[in-house]
Design a protein around this ligand. Structure first.
Ligand code: GLY
Ligand code: MN
Ligand code: MN
Length: 487
């Protein structure tokens, strides 16, 4: 047995293909335990090469996540099959025209892919129907199911002649989702490595931030750092690099607001950026002052968010319901904002009136793995809350060992939420109006870590300075390193 792996070469991570073999094995075990017949065959369709709009400009291909989880194939146009009883696996490669070699490089034979991906057999896509017929696959298990974050559907594999086969489009999706929710040791090691790469890039950016730079300079630095130092060609999502009031815009950095503001002295900067490697994500947010020194107000808000982040990580363990962690973060934030003079009244009454939503309108965190917002947050039987704030949680289930989930509390000053609240008789009594108004334009603070649930608690995979003193020290180091050396 060879030990094939994916890597971008020296200095990057070598992902063993045994990671995917183990995933396939776990899937078959799970399906058999659910009573699926040993003659059933899982049929998956990989992603297709896409072009921009009506042009021939090819987008850089990224594999579909379920297919990546099962096979780790980096090329488009593949199918994969796994026999449930034996675990035997096939890949089906597209048969490329001879001209392909002129424009794209060598056309690899099936044996190349067999050695690369360590499946039992590789054939061409045009042989798929014949191979499955010979196998007497009964039934073909296809992937059909709704993503509980986007509402979009995973569509089942299709090929010419599929109508001749018995198919089952119900059983596979929930079982495969459950497999993806619990990470193996090999997946955890990979996720931890991507997190280290992203953490180092965050520190490098932290050392460079200063007034006069544009937000996109920091986005560029982050992306360069993770690619040049880790071979991370993709980021897990569009970088959110907001200074001043932009730090309160949760999904800032989109095409209409492309990280293009100039950083000013006295403002906060929020960097929510994460690299991806072999499809596996990271998702980290750091918030700190542009000039390297927290003001008293910035420190108060920052420490409220940090206390919430730390309280959640200390309470996390198998069996704890994630919505309870959201509430814990909210309570912690309320207690700090009370002490900080922004609020008045009883915490319980504020919780009931949904005051925390005014400052943290998003969910506490989400499962993470191949997708940054990973599948599995709401399996059958777990309902999404309708309460403000909690309804934005992407995960409603109890924690289990092997889950990786983000812990990302925040406090933001959003006029669109606070102004109506100051005129709402149910909310107004809790808000100290003149102090709240003083924070207009402050922006926001988010502190986001990627955390593994262990059998006894949790382990933070993210490694960046978090305490105020540590951030100020690291930023000061960056400033000293950038100073010209005088003769
Ligand atoms: N960066 C997206 C998120 O934090 O969920
Ligand atoms: Mn994030
Ligand atoms: Mn996140």
């Amino acid at each position: 047995m060879s030990h094939a792996h994916f890597s971008l070469g020296p200095g990057t991570y070598a992902v063993p293909m045994s990671l995917h073999a183990e995933n396939r094995r776990r899937l078959c075990d799970r399906l058999r335990a659910r009573g699926v017949a040993p003659g059933a065959v899982v049929l998956l369709q990989g992603g297709e090469q896409r072009c921009e709009y009506d042009t021939d400009r090819e987008e850089l291909f990224k594999q579909e996540s379920f297919f990546q989880w099962a096979f780790g194939v980096k090329e488009p146009g593949f199918f994969g099959a796994i026999e449930v009883g034996s675990g035997r696996s096939w890949l089906f490669a597209p048969r490329l025209p001879a001209e392909w070699a002129v424009w794209m490089g060598a056309i690899h034979p099936p044996e190349h892919f067999r050695a690369l991906y360590e499946v039992e057999e590789v054939r061409f896509v045009d042989e798929l129907a014949a191979v499955l017929a010979k196998l007497d696959a009964k039934p073909l298990l296809r992937l059909r199911g709704r993503n509980t974050d986007s509402g979009s559907w995973a569509e089942p594999a299709g090929f010419e002649g599929i109508e001749k086969f018995a198919t089952d489009d119900e059983v596979l999706h929930p079982e495969m989702v459950e497999c993806r929710v619990i990470k193996t040791a090999a997946e955890i090691e990979l996720l931890a490595w991507v997190n280290e790469v992203s953490s180092a890039a965050h520190v490098a950016v932290m050392k460079k931030v200063r007034p006069g730079l544009s937000e996109y300079h920091l986005e560029a630095d982050f992306l360069h750092h993770v690619y040049a130092n880790g071979g991370c060609r993709f980021s897990a999502y569009t970088c959110i690099c907001g200074c001043g009031p932009n730090s309160a815009t949760l999904h800032y950095g989109h095409a209409g607001a492309p990280n293009d503001r100039v950083l000013r002295d006295g403002e906060l900067f929020l960097n929510d950026s994460g690299a991806e490697y072999h499809g596996y994500a990271s998702d980290i947010t750091c918030s700190y002052p542009v000039n390297g020194r927290f003001t008293a107000e910035q420190r108060m808000v920052y420490e409220a968010v940090l206390a919430a982040n730390r309280a959640v990580q200390a309470a996390m363990k198998p069996g704890v319901a994630w919505p309870d962690m959201h509430r814990l973060a909210e309570r912690t934030i309320l207690q700090h904002l009370l002490r900080g003079g922004l609020l008045r009244g009883e915490v319980d009454a504020m919780m009931a009136a949904r005051v925390p939503y005014l400052f943290m309108p998003h969910g506490l965190g989400h499962l993470m793995g191949l997708d940054v917002h990973d599948v599995g947050g709401y399996p059958a039987g777990i309902e999404r809350s309708t309460e403000l704030g909690l309804k934005s949680l992407r995960c409603g289930r109890p924690l289990e060992a092997g889950m990786v989930i983000t812990v990302e509390p925040g406090v933001y000053f959003v006029d669109a939420l606070l102004e109506p609240a100051l005129g709402d008789p149910k909310l107004k009594p809790f808000l100290v109006e003149d102090v709240v108004r003083r924070f207009r334009g402050f922006g926001g603070v988010r502190i986001e870590d990627d955390v593994l649930v262990t059998p006894t608690g949790s382990r933070n995979l993210t490694n960046v300075p978090r305490e105020v003193d540590d951030i100020e020290r690291v930023m000061a180091e960056g400033r000293r390193a950038a100073e010209p050396v005088l003769a």
